[in-house]
Design a protein around this ligand. Structure first.
Ligand code: ATP
Ligand code: MG
Length: 405
């Protein structure tokens, strides 16, 4: 039992108290104190007059001090060593100085037995206490680790809860906005209709005609926004049909040509001949392209170039759900203001916008439509240098519905 290289009982089994780790100086000092005391007590026995019985009786008890100390410091080994040492030095004193055999003075020999009994018992108890201290230490380390894990988990839970709250808020906001937008549509139609009738009453050049034109333009803009919000609240049903993506890009760009010209933006196309037909919902993907190209135009207030590229490629993992691995990538590249790295994770969130007149729904609709096609949208951007939004569509999307909210 005492043979294991185990920590000193007196030092509680801490790592630093193992025989190797314990400062060697302190260990030697303890051994010297134990051995010195035993020798000193024995020396006193041998050199004290034999008639001084009481003094000898006191010396007998003094042996217990080094025995206790050795047991507490070094466990069973220490206790037994000190008690045996005491016995070996004490026995000749009884036998040769007192000249007493066990039968003549059994109490003295019993004392020797007691030395060893006490050394053994104290050593065992000290070792047991040391082992228990070790166990407590290990348990408290485990507890501390469990506490750290608990803290980690609870901070993750907090984060999830925050996200959930945000999602709930967005959902509620989406529902509310859709309701409000719906209520706006009819009055807006009436306002616009009335303004158009009034327009006939004011011939071109009339000073009040410009006000009516502003009224019609703003009613148009509000109607567009309300329609966007309404669309956002509805489900997107993807009806995939075979379609040549290059042709879709060409027809879509015709719709924004005029707006691009007004903003002094040139639109260039680099469409790969290798692009094949894919199954997609033309209206939805047209909406995606319109949103991306409009954003690109708006990101260049002083004009610039928008390049639309297409390429037949491997659809990246995550976007690829058809299992075929191939598909089309359409990239819309601008040389506009770019997007700060910390904003990249926000731009696809509903209602996130940096534009005074934006609704912040464009990119979130783009993402939902691509999700519904089993595709993906990615973005690369550098502040002041421009952005490239790429959409990835697998050759054959899974048929499913996606809710754009
Ligand atoms: N090409 C781009 N260059 C720079 N920033 C962009 C680009 N595209 C999107 N963004 C940023 O992402 C934000 C969100 O775009 P999103 O299309 O969702 O909404 P929006 O354009 O602001 O409003 P709308 O609902 O009218 O489209 C924009 O406000 C803008 O800050
Ligand atoms: Mg937009």
């Amino acid at each position: 039992m005492g043979e294991r290289a185990k920590p000193s009982p007196a030092e509680g089994g801490k790592k630093s108290s193992s025989p190797k780790g314990r400062p060697e100086g302190s260990r030697r000092l303890k051994i010297a104190a134990v051995v010195g005391t035993i020798i000193f007590v024995s020396f006193a026995h041998y050199h004290t007059d034999l008639h001084l019985h009481r003094v000898h009786a006191i010396y007998d008890r003094l042996y217990y001090l080094p025995i206790f100390a050795a047991a507490l410091w070094f466990g069973l080994k220490g206790g037994l060593g000190a008690s045996l040492g005491s016995s070996v030095l004490y026995a000749p004193h009884i036998l040769f100085q007192w000249k007493l055999l066990p039968a003549q003075a059994p109490e003295r020999y019993l004392e020797i037995l007691l030395f060893n009994g006490v050394g053994c018992l104290t050593g065992l108890l000290a070792e047991r206490a040391s082992r228990q201290r070790e166990l407590h230490l290990k348990a408290s380390e485990k507890l501390a680790e469990a506490y750290r894990e608990l803290q980690n988990t609870s901070s993750k839970l907090l984060l999830l809860e925050q996200r959930l709250r945000k999602a709930e808020k967005q959902f509620a906001l989406g529902e509310l906005s859709a309701m409000v937008a719906h209520e706006f549509m009819n009055p807006l139609g009436s306002i616009k209709g009335a303004a158009e009738i009034l327009l006939d009453a004011f011939p071109p050049g009339h000073e009040k005609r410009a006000f009516l034109e502003i009224l019609i333009r703003e009613a148009d803009r509000l109607e567009r926004t309300a329609r966007d919000i309404l669309r956002f609240g509805r489900e997107v049903r993807v009806v995939p049909v075979p379609c040549n993506p290059n042709r879709l890009v060409d027809t879509t760009l015709l719709l924004v040509w005029e707006e691009a010209r007004r903003h002094r933006v040139e639109i260039r196309t680099r469409l790969s001949e290798a692009v094949r037909e894919v199954l997609l919902d033309e209206d939805k993907i047209q909406q995606v392209l319109l949103n991306l190209v409009t954003n690109a135009i708006q990101s260049m207030p002083g004009g610039g170039i928008v390049t639309v590229r297409s390429q037949w490629t491997e659809v990246p993992a995550g976007a690829q759900e058809s299992g075929r691995g191939e598909g089309v990538c359409i990239a819309v590249e601008d040389s506009g203001v770019g997007i700060a790295e910390e904003d990249l994770s926000l731009i696809f969130e509903a209602f996130y916008t940096t534009k005074p007149e934006g609704t912040g729904l464009g990119l979130s609709i783009v993402k939902r439509i691509l999700d519904a096609h089993g595709g993906a949208v990615t973005v690369e951007s550098a502040l002041g240098r421009g952005s490239t939004f790429s959409i990835w569509l697998p050759a054959a999307p899974p048929c499913r519905e996606a809710r754009v909210a």
